[in-house]
Design a protein around this ligand. Structure first.
Ligand code: UD1
Length: 417
């Protein structure tokens, strides 16, 4: 298994391009199942999760062709409506095939994802919503087996804000008969990006980006092309890394709109930040100030940024309280950060981080995608060498992370294992 070797202590400086958003690319790739015509998706990042999505679609009979950052998909000859356990287990977002399959083919057989390192993450809201639209769904041998003649529009109120749940139901509703209203919908920019792709395919959707999404079903969707939005989590990760090292960087191809909570927290930590429509510049001098933060659905601070901000707090002046409200077990990285000398006390869903003047490099283990990113940020400021093991997690969601960081002056290399 590959690992990353980071020698800390370099200030990051320079320019770095932001890739297409993983969490927008995945649902949009799966939206190709909704039409027999070609869907051309631009700005698709080269990630393990994208490869997994294309493999899953390929197994179903969807053809895909990549040229540069553009992927063309065609679901004209779908031969299987199965999403097997071995793929869903490695990437939970695979459950996003459920809505499109039931909507277009009237049936689907999708593995339940099971447990996950950061919490329980059930998919009951996806099931409940589709059932409200008339699908019959039962669990058989670990699979959700769904069938429906044609879905019918319904008013759905989700019990909690769920990103992929909203996306699954929105996709399903595009081909349902009549109007679907999703209340308590996720407002994440990635939901809006998916809605825009669907609208380009002929879907009738309004309200994406608010907590009430209204979809007027149509008989069929057509081909379209769509460019995936920039990745706000990758952007935020680089900004945290620069802030931690007292660096000065410019992100290009970024989309600061949609990053308010992250940018606000970085300013509170002491960073000077300038933005244009598609760039963000951060300049940091001295140690960051400790932050209190609480993750929340958008527009609150993304849970996917929590580990990176925790790394920043580890070397900050003062103490900060981090409250994780989305996933119940998302502090695994804290134990690894302690191996680097961080002072963190965890109680339930709250972590108190007392900043220390310096961390010291050690071998650490990545437990999930964003935890890995937090460990890399910490490694960049730790004295000596930090070995981040199990970086297959990182490869799921970051495009060439070590190359991008090295271009900013970090001493970082991948060691094949
Ligand atoms: C998405 C993102 C992930 C991010 C998360 C929260 C993608 C591919 N992944 O994951 O990076 O960390 O949003 O911003 O976009 N829940 C239920 N029942 C359900 C659905 C969700 O109880 O049917 C709970 C979850 O366990 C969690 C909360 O709702 O506690 C929010 O989860 P959700 O927004 O669904 O996360 P994902 O869509 O899986």
């Amino acid at each position: 298994m590959d690992r990353l070797c980071v020698r800390g202590g370099q200030r990051l400086s320079g320019e770095v391009p932001v890739s297409g958003a993983k969490n927008a690319a995945l649902p949009i790739l799966f939206a190709s199942l909704l039409t027999a015509e070609p869907l051309v998706v631009g700005n698709v990042p080269r990630l393990q999760d994208v490869a997994t999505a294309l493999r899953l679609l390929g197994q179903m009979g969807v053809s895909s062709r990549r040229e540069g950052d553009e992927v063309t998909l065609e679901a004209a000859a779908v031969s299987s409506v199965d999403a097997p356990y071995d793929l869903v287990r490695t990437m939970r977002a695979s459950v996003l095939v459920l809505g499109p399959l039931v909507a277009r083919f009237g049936r689907a057989r999708v593995s339940l994802p099971g447990g996950c390192a950061i919490g329980q993450r059930p998919v009951d809201q996806h099931i409940k919503g589709l059932q409200a639209m008339g699908a019959e769904i039962h669990i058989e041998h670990g699979y959700m087996v769904a069938s429906a003649p044609r879905l019918k529009g319904a008013r759905i109120v989700t019990d909690m804000v769920t990103v992929t749940g909203t996306e699954n139901l929105m996709m399903a509703a595009t081909l349902a008969e009549g109007e679907t209203i999703i209340e308590n919908a996720a407002r994440e920019p990635e939901v809006v990006d998916l809605a825009q792709a669907l609208i380009a395919m002929g879907a009738r959707i309004r309200g994406a980006g608010t907590d009430r999404v209204v979809v007027e079903g149509v008989a069929s969707l057509h081909g379209a092309s769509h460019r995936v939005m920039p990745d706000r989590i990758e952007a935020g990760t680089f900004l945290c890394a620069a802030a931690a090292t007292g660096g000065s960087i410019t992100l290009t191809g970024a989309q600061p709109a949609g990053m308010d909570a992250t940018l606000e927290k970085l300013r509170e930590a002491g960073a000077a930040i300038d933005c244009g429509p598609d760039w963000i510049r951060l300049v940091m001098s001295g140690r960051p100030r400790a932050l209190n933060l609480r993750t929340a659905p958008y527009p609150g601070l993304a849970t996917d940024m929590q580990a990176q901000f925790m790394a920043l707090n580890c070397i900050a002046q003062g103490a900060g309280v981090i409250t994780e409200t989305i996933f119940e077990n998302r502090f695994m990285h804290a134990l690894e950060l302690q191996r680097l000398g961080a002072d963190i006390t965890i109680e339930g869903n709250t972590a108190v981080v007392r900043g220390v003047p310096a961390l010291s490099g050690a071998a650490v283990m990545a437990t999930d995608l964003r935890a890995s990113a937090g460990l890399v940020v910490a490694g960049l400021v730790a004295e000596g060498e930090t070995l981040v093991n199990r970086i297959y997690h990182l490869d799921r969601g970051y495009e060439r992370m070590e190359a991008k960081l090295a271009a900013l002056g970090a001493r970082i290399e991948r060691q094949p294992g």
